[in-house]
Design a protein around this ligand. Structure first.
Ligand code: FES
Length: 151
């Protein structure tokens, strides 16, 4: 059962200065890197338990460490979808180690609008999905190494 009603886009941009309103609406209406990747190295999906909104992030790697492509799909409030769009732009050409250094505060900086405590989960949903995806990928890599050295 959800405890938190998803705000409309209009509610999310209400009260923002025009420049910030356009920044959010631009990413909401034209999300960057939206879609799927064929045979991704990393694929993770999760939701915000408060509202049920969800994000899936897929990543393609070069040489197992360098992000060559990243895409997302999902549904949810303007804040969660804009943050995902901005995060995917930030990730292009980064290494996994660099991606792991992105913080909640970096996401707030990318959104560039005030985020109330109750909306923090919206803002950082895509980062949590990315972190979990990288964690799962790295664990699989470690297990494969163990299997190779054991055989
Ligand atoms: Fe669901 Fe924002 S209201 S993620």
């Amino acid at each position: 059962m959800t405890e938190f009603k998803q705000p409309t886009v209009e509610e999310d941009v209400a009260g923002l200065d025009m420049i910030y309103r356009e920044h959010i609406l631009d990413h909401y209406k034209n999300p960057r890197n939206h879609g799927n990747i064929e045979h991704p190295d990393i694929s993770f999906h999760d939701n915000n338990p408060l509202c049920g909104d969800e994000i899936k992030i897929e990543v393609k790697l070069d040489a197992q460490t360098h992000i060559s492509d990243v895409k997302f799909t999902g549904r949810g409030c303007a804040i969660s979808q804009c943050a995902a769009s901005m995060l995917t732009e930030e990730l292009k050409d980064k290494t996994l180690e660099e991606a792991k250094k992105i913080t909640n505060q970096d996401i707030i900086g990318m959104l560039a609008i005030p985020i109330s405590p109750v909306r923090m989960k919206c803002a950082i949903l895509s980062l949590k999905v990315l972190e979990a995806g990288i964690y799962e990928y790295e664990n699989k890599q470690k297990l494969q190494k163990v299997r190779i050295t054991d055989s």
